[in-house]
Design a protein around this ligand. Structure first.
Ligand code: BGC
Length: 739
């Protein structure tokens, strides 16, 4: 490093251009390329470079975006997609894939939710780990993003996300913590926004204290594209690489170094981290193949899509017989909506639609009408609506493909509401007036309201399924694939029910994460609010029974087991979910939290006992008072089920916990003090003479309860004891209990 001039070292902390890093000939470092994105590569020519998906890119497999991948709840499959992405990256000469996107879906209006896994940090973290391990197994890097608390697109470059520390740790950082500590991603991408008043790219607490020091992150921190306002301040905070290149920022950093305002040690540290990753990428590229297996990856994309489709409701109309009398309505059947708009947009190697596959299965060309346009500003030709209604009137089952067009949800802006376009809802109403035999198939990147769910015979949520999603949908409709996806986001009854409703998206003063821990199902459950379809929900063409739920503890680690039986008449896959509650707690708790899941594929009549580990780590809460993760001792309830609101069995388990000893002080309350047995024993001595000491019914109140929130300092006056005297009694209590 010593032989590398400081200017070259500074140069390596910023890109060479939009997608490349600088070469450093003195250190024998080549230039490497990084590229979007989470579910397929977007390798652009330098001449077509942009970060919002407008310019052309080389063909690559478009796998299901995170919204679809997540609905598979299948770590192995997500890992396989990661491996395939790694292979494609290698073949295309890309050293780091800019993904996975792993922000929490705080609000369904976030325009970029399709690129994120879930409203829940557990499933997000688990699947992100599988993804990163998959890609990195190919000696290609990843970039979990956007770190952190970047949960909306509105004013995304500046908005201050105001999040309390416990919520931040438990909801918004935890999946990142998991992915960093378990998989050591090569890079982490810092987000555009501010976090609690500090621009994230300059947030030393986040990038250095937490990410690097506390979690032991060994890779480099790269900025989101254009997230750096001042390279010098960013380097000091722990950013290592500014993307894309910004020559002014580089010159200013050189000037800051020359003026003695930027230490060489800080530059060296960023240089060390970046050069290490460049070397890893260069080594990985050494055996790069010239191409990848386009067909095999397309087939993998189709398998992933098959696992991702969520059957929301079904009165028995599905699966359709091969020769069923059906008509197909909706442009999405012919022109699939299979990915989202913005930087993650892939130029697919091929694109299959549902209509062709439906025709293939039927062995004839089914009657089809597009009905509407998928673009909000390009209306369908006159007569399209009426033609579709006319087709529905002719009878048969109507397969109605509805959804959001590309322009309805995108990187860069949020949705104003979560309705399907009015034109499509009107079409549905008019169709129902002439034919009640309707199956709705949805394509959308984040939840939409489904007020029609009980007026139609089945609703299939197809999310965004990538380039091979169309045939997967057709196969599910016909039962050639038994659906097994489950929701990783709640579908609410009304937008107003969403826990973040009033706080989203804030204003120029910031966005308050006022719902705190009560994000997604945590919030709906706490408020006892009805939802259209709960987190974790998804039907199958077979049925499953969950029985014999047990939970056993070994230390503070818990192991859950459940027997799952396929009670129907076809093979199927069930995703078993474990939800943990802590009924008695010293801190605010949400009603239940997902802390484990496993999937099992069973033949008709077959049973399997599934074991799911819930390590102590997962039981911990972030204690703001102790500035540490704490596992409370006591009883935990473990519920196992097919969704967050379809819990089939429960067990309870008691653990000791690892709560740190908190000495009593004068600001401790009576309630806190009385919970300490040593204090309780001495209480009458301490309180001697005070009317509150008496367990006297004539007081007419529950004295103990009345005093519970009274700080001990305040008691000095009532008991006639001096503060010093009280303190020395507390010292004795502390010595006894701390020992
Ligand atoms: C996006 C990132 C993306 C980058 C490069 C940004 O606008 O937020 O997710 O990786 O552009 O395209």
């Amino acid at each position: 490093m010593a032989d590398v001039p400081v200017n070259s070292k500074i140069a390596l902390t910023g890109g060479l251009d939009f997608w490349h890093l600088h070469p450093v000939p003195e250190a024998d470092l080549p230039s490497i390329m990084v590229t979007d994105g989470p579910h397929g590569l977007r390798k652009q020519e330098t001449s077509a470079s942009d970060h919002v998906g407008l310019g052309a890119s080389e063909p690559a497999t478009c796998f299901p975006p995170a919204v679809g991948l997540a609905s598979t709840w299948n770590r192995e499959l997500v890992g396989e997609v990661g491996v395939a992405l790694g292979e494609e990256a290698k073949a295309l000469g890309v050293g780091v894939v800019l993904g996975p996107g792993m922000n929490i879906k705080r609000d369904p209006r976030c325009g970029r939710n399709f690129e994120y896994f879930s409203e829940d940090p557990y499933v997000t973290g688990e699947l992100a780990c599988a993804f990163v391990d998959g890609v990195q197994s190919q000696d290609v890097g990843t970039s979990p993003k956007h770190f952190a608390a970047n949960n909306q697109e509105t004013d995304r470059m500046r908005r201050d996300s105001q999040v309390d520390l416990r919520t931040l740790r438990e909801i918004y950082l935890d999946a990142f913590r998991k992915v960093v500590t378990r998989t050591q991603p090569w890079t982490v991408m810092c987000s555009y926004n501010k976090l609690n008043g500090v621009q994230v790219s300059e947030n030393r607490w986040l990038l250095t204290d937490v990410l690097k020091d506390e979690w032991g992150f060994e890779g480099l921190v790269v900025s989101d594209w254009g997230a750096v306002w001042d390279r010098t301040r960013a380097l000091k905070a722990g950013l290592d690489l500014e993307m894309p290149a910004n020559p002014q920022h580089e010159a200013a950093a050189v000037a800051a170094y020359e003026a003695g305002e930027l230490d060489e040690a800080t530059i060296d540290e960023a240089y060390r981290r970046v050069s290490r990753i460049v070397r890893m990428a260069a080594d990985g590229a050494a055996d790069a193949p010239e191409s990848f297996d386009v067909d095999a990856h397309h087939a993998l994309g189709r398998r992933a899509a098959e696992h991702a489709i969520v059957l929301l409701s079904n009165d028995g109309v599905l699966p359709l017989a091969q020769d069923a009398d059906v008509v197909v309505i909706g442009e999405f059947a012919r022109t699939p909506r299979y990915q989202g708009a913005g930087s993650s947009r892939v130029n697919p190697t091929r694109l299959d639609n549902a209509l062709d596959r439906l025709n293939e299965i039927a062995g004839r060309d089914l009657p089809f009408a597009p009905g509407f346009s998928t673009h909000p500003r390009k209306p369908a030709p006159d007569g399209a609506h009426d033609e579709a209604v006319e087709l529905a009137r002719q009878g048969g089952t109507v397969l109605l493909f509805l959804g959001l067009g590309e322009a309805h949800e995108s990187e860069g802006y949020d949705r104003d509401d979560i309705n399907l376009p009015a034109e499509q809802l009107a079409l549905l109403d008019d169709i129902l007036a002439v034919n009640s035999d309707v199956v709705v198939v949805l394509s959308n990147g984040s939840s939409v309201l489904v007020p029609f769910a009980d007026k139609v015979r089945a609703v299939v949520e197809g999310w965004l399924l990538g380039q091979a999603g169309g045939p997967a949908l057709a196969d599910v409709l016909h039962g050639l694939v038994n659906p097994s996806g489950k929701l990783t986001e709640t579908i609410p009854v009304r937008l107003e029910d969403v826990p973040s409703y009033v706080n989203f998206p804030g204003d120029a003063t910031g966005v308050r994460y006022g719902e705190g821990l009560f994000v997604g199902y945590r919030g709906y459950d706490a408020a006892g609010r009805d939802v259209a379809f709960p987190f974790g929900h998804g039907l199958s063409y077979t049925t499953f029974e969950h029985s014999d739920v047990t939970a056993t503890a070994s230390g503070n680690d818990v192991t859950v087991s459940v027997t799952v039986t396929n009670t129907g008449d076809r093979e199927g896959r069930e995703v078993v979910q474990v939800y943990v509650s802590k009924p008695e707690s010293a801190v605010v708790r949400v009603p239940r939290e997902l802390k484990g899941f496993a999937d099992v594929t069973l033949a008709p009549g077959e049973s399997e006992t599934v074991t799911i580990d819930v390590p102590a780590d997962e039981l911990a809460y972030w204690s703001v008072l102790d500035e540490a993760w704490v596992v409370e001792g006591g009883e935990y309830r473990i519920a196992v089920g097919a969704s967050s609101r379809d819990l089939r069995g429960e067990a309870s388990v008691t653990i000791e916990g690892d709560a740190p000893f908190r000495p009593l002080g004068l600001s401790s309350t009576m309630g806190e003090a009385m919970a300490n047995p040593a204090f309780a024993e001495m209480a009458s001595t301490l309180l001697g003479g005070s009317p509150f000491a008496a367990d006297d019914e004539s007081l007419g109140v529950d004295a103990a309860r009345m005093m519970a929130d009274f700080p001990l300092a305040g008691l000095a006056g009532f008991t006639g004891r001096s503060t010093d005297e009280l303190q020395s009694l507390l010292d004795q209590v502390n010595a006894k209990s701390g020992a």
